[in-house]
Design a protein around this ligand. Structure first.
Ligand code: MTE
Ligand code: MO
Length: 317
């Protein structure tokens, strides 16, 4: 069945303006809590399996933190795109309790020397958690500034020793219609798939997040493990990952499969390339009233533009 669906978050004016009510109240309260966590960095506490909302211990300040006001915690955790729970922004927070983020296994396979199935906690334990404040811009032209907690994907992948045939990385979300009510409908081709070129995956900006605002990742934001690629449209930042495969061929990502003329593989934020149904020149930061100009590569051009030199970014959108 082929049905017309909303894009990875087309948004109506009313959806956006309801968010304007959230504004500043907890923004700075939360920021204060974040800096306390940095002080805990020297403790010997390590990663502990924990429930959403629990404080994460042993978090250090990471690089690339943008100096812009944080989007309130309430907006970050109640205004979500996670079609496994439904296509409305409120569906994920409303229904997320049905996702069981522990125990959780992640398969790492394909072009690596050490393929296998790993427990999420064993996967994260060897790493020091970093807090990084990144902009995230949805293809629907809204954006947020979120303090993520995670580990660079490159550090994680290197432990499994990708070989020379590893040209791409393919990510897969859990498929389980019992836990994900949205998967009982064929809104998308489940499971949700995303992909990166290996140099994008290995770029130091690319983060595997396990938390936000100093706390374990809420289910609606992709617990227990989600990707964050800040220079690409939000749909590349795949949630609730169960499989990471190093491949020789470019993987077909879910949105490109469902509407190839609208969503490409690269999905780099680009104000000069409009979505076929709307402009990408501007965006609304959730909580703001006025729109702002969208920045090339979402403002991360100094870091990532060299990855695409010589490429036609209109063609490879
Ligand atoms: N598995 C899965 N991952 C997903 C999505 C989804 O529907 N399913 N939506 C994407 C889109 S379109 C966006 S904008 C971001 C939103 O992340 P957030 O809810 O944490 O802000 O998640 C991305 N990751
Ligand atoms: Mo999105």
């Amino acid at each position: 069945m082929l049905i017309k669906i909303k894009g990875p978050g087309e948004v109506t004016e009313s959806e956006v303006t309801s968010q304007d009510l959230y504004l500043d109240r907890r923004r700075f309260l939360r920021l204060g809590a974040g800096s306390l966590l940095t002080a805990a960095a020297l403790s010997n506490e390590i990663w502990q399996p924990a429930l959403a909302g629990n404080k994460l211990a042993h978090v250090i300040k990471g690089p690339y933190t943008v100096d812009e006001p944080l989007t309130p915690y309430e907006s970050v955790t109640t205004y979500n795109n996670f079609y496994e729970f439904g296509t409305d922004k409120e569906d994920p927070s409303r229904l997320a309790a049905s996702l069981k983020a522990r125990p959780w296994k992640v398969i790492i396979d394909g072009e690596v020397a050490r393929p296998g199935s790993y427990d999420i906690d064993d996967l994260i334990k060897p790493h020091t958690l970093q807090e990084r404040v990144y902009r995230l811009r949805c293809v629907e032209a809204w954006s947020m500034v979120i303090p993520w907690v995670g580990v660079p994907l490159a550090d994680l992948l290197k432990r499994f020793t990708p070989n020379s045939r590893a040209k791409f990385v393919r990510f897969e979300t859990l498929y389980d219609p019992k836990q994900f009510p949205g998967q009982r409908r064929s809104v998308l081709d489940w499971p949700y798939i995303e992909g990166l070129r290996i140099d994008e995956a290995m770029h130091p900006l690319t983060l595997m997040a396990v938390g936000l605002y100093g706390e374990v990742l809420p289910n609606q934001n992709g617990a227990p493990l989600r990707l964050v690629v800040p220079w690409k449209y939000g749909f590349k930042s795949i949630k609730s990952i169960v499989r990471i495969t190093l491949t020789e061929q470019m993987p077909v990502n879910t949105w490109a499969r469902s509407a190839p003329d609208e969503y490409g593989f690269y999905a780099n934020v680009n104000p000069q390339v409009d979505h076929p149904r709307w402009s990408q020149a501007k965006e609304r930061r959730i909580g703001d009233y006025f729109k702002r100009e969208t920045l090339m590569f979402n403002g991360y051009g100094a870091e990532v533009a060299p990855l695409y030199s010589g490429m036609n970014l209109r063609k490879s959108f």
